[in-house]
Design a protein around this ligand. Sequence first.
Ligand code: KOT
Length: 837
Amino acid sequence: EIAKLPKETLALWEKYGADESDDKESFQKSFIRHVTTTLARSIYNIDNFSAYQATAHSVRDRLIKRWNETQQTHTEVDSKRVYYLSLEFLLGRSLDNALLNLGLKDNYGGGIKELGFTMEDVLEQEVDAALGNGGLGRLAACYMDSLATMDYPAWGYGLRYTYGIFQQRLKDGYQIEFPDYWLNFDNPWELPRLDVVVDVQFCGSVNRYTDEEGHERYAWEGGDTLQAIAYDVPIPGYGTKNCINIRLWSSKPKRQFDLTRFNEGQYEQAVYEQMQAENITAVLYPNDNHMVGKELRLKQQYFWVAASLFDIVRRFKKSEKPWSNFPLQVAIQLNDTHPTLAIVELQRILVDLEGIGWDEAWAIVTQTFAFTNHTILPEAMERWPVPMIQYLLPRHMQIIFDINLFFLQKVEKAIPNNRDLLAKLSIIEESTPQFVRMAHLAIVGSHRVNGVAALHSELIKQTIFKDFIQFYGESKFENKTNGITPRRWLHQANPKLSELITETLGSKNWLKNLDLLKGLKSHVNNKDFRKRWVAAKLSNKVRLADYIQKATGVTVNSNALFDVQVKRIHEYKRQFMNILGVIHRYNTLKKMTSEERACVVHRVVIFGGKAAPGYYIAKLVIKLINSVAEVVNNDNSIEDSLKVVFIPDYNVSVAEIIIPASDISQHISTAGTEASGTSNMKFVLNGGLILGTVDGANIEICEEIGDDNIFMFGNLAHQVDDLRHAHRYRSVPVDPSLQAVINDIESGQFGDSRIFAPLINTLTHGKDYYLISDDFQSYLDTQKLVDESYKDQEGWTTKSIMCSAHMGKFSSDRAIQEYADQIWEIKPVPVMTKKHI
Ligand code: KOT
């Protein structure tokens, strides 16, 4: 069609569509243009926030160009794409990341200074995009960064929640939650696509009919229809033109105004129903590793899945390839079971709407999908009541029953006369009411299932998915150890260390090939290098100390050992064990003489993390931490040898300050409970040591960095069952050091002890499910080793350098490469620079 345009029109596009350059002057020009036009302000009326907005819009202009070129290239090449379906994308801030990935930071930094601002102040203005709970959502964000950087033709699909994860504040040491209305000011990082609208149906009924060819068909009719509107979030790769897309859906009522209803005097009812439609994407469910069976959550899942699949299928159909080519053009990755209905939806599209036979359709579906499991905690397993699905999605429920029937028939044929096995494998849990087991559906509908770290991928085969191995064998189940993007988690969060590494290695290539960090090893004895390594850590600690002062009012000494545990508050992560250890340390310090105390390593114990609003025990842990902090920090008798802080509202941008400043961080989940962990990787990459259990990715980190450079302790995963059994059926005495700490709390040392009774009970009457008592002595002993090691500052520095140097494996680039080669079978598509037409 372009060819039909008059020459003069083409010439105009050519003339005026020229790239805006990336030099300092061009930035300043576009900055001023955005201040005066986009923001309608003047030179007399710009504050840091306006400066942020103008800078962001200037970057946005450049992002959109790349994004367009990328989409055009992908359309032209039309090679296989991967679609990453995730209910959470925990992106954090975008400006600094975009400046670094696009290579604009220096010119923009210089440009903004001349305009009277500092880049630091400007970056500080941005609110986090916090559309996720923790590890799972942040993993999705790191994976998008790698996909973009490695030139893959990839899309993310998610929901545009009006409210992200709640903001946490503290009141009297308790967590209180505030809504995260992050779209209060305009969001320059999204492109509203008011033209990309998809109808999504709920409820109604199923009608059976016979088509012209005499085939029995089903039609889903009636019910309510909502609309999904697309908001596109460009994700720029580092050092490439590739700029991929995360498409987030927002819900809207289909008709803005129901005139009949209005005339019938049902105005309020009509408006109410409109509001209900907008509710669907209003709020992110704030539970990590926990399922809450709310109908609205199921509606979110289907709304998102239906809109995304419609979009994916529409794109496939444009190329007019036969349906059998679908799995050659499309790979869909399910980020946990949250998008499992996509399997059913695609089968429905193929069978009901496209008229493809069941078996042919099912072959297409199963070759398209792959499923990542992120947890084996029973309370996180998604199961939805059959009646709820039947009501909201009547046709899907039929299809699920059919999928299950055909699956169980195959099992029966392969392994005859094993009713017990059929019941265990069934997608339907035969309780009253019945439930749909989403993980079973995801396994049956996918060609590949993966865990997120080596141990975890073994455990899913031995525990939750054990019975499936009997039928499928092992080959369907594999491991893809998680990774993190070194762009955000070292280059951006730790500019000093990044600069030192680049200088030492002689290039920035390590940012795209993290294995190159090995090159640091030959510098480990270089005095100047070591000095600068230590200086970088210290300056990060000073930066964190300032932040702690501002956020909590507590003054901490940057020369003390910074001991960090920041992650969602959960019993299995055992922040409780950490604070019990702190109490032990405090009371040990109190018993010392001043001379003895002069010899101990001073510590700052730093906590951060959100508890799910309905998770009572987790909230009590926060209260206990703050009660202990209050007593310890105000006790002059221990002479600053110990400080305890709880940093409120832990999120991505706070993590960027905390992680580079840690000397040691704690990853101390009960063995076998933390599928992977990803912050462990971030800490070590930044030269922080780990105190951890033999769990998740800790094990592989240990393999890479060597056991001299990590502090591991505690019981092993294979011992957990027996230990729990012992607590349940034999009375196991509480570890004596632990008992002493419990006594301290119960004596009222940290305020009214009755408050903490339910927490203490989890150790005693609650049978210590997470085995704190079993690991406590080993934990304290290992903490002693940490203190001893830290006294040897030179030895510690060597460990710190060796840690970073061996972290190549944990780049999300490596993880994405494995997914691309082994599961998705996709190839990079370098973006061709286009003319402007
Ligand atoms: C489960 C249900 C709802 C929301 C989140 C989850 C969830 C999160 N399940 N597992 N995770 C974490 O995923 C991370 C990324 O793979 C892992 O590193 C971490 O160990 C999981 O706990």
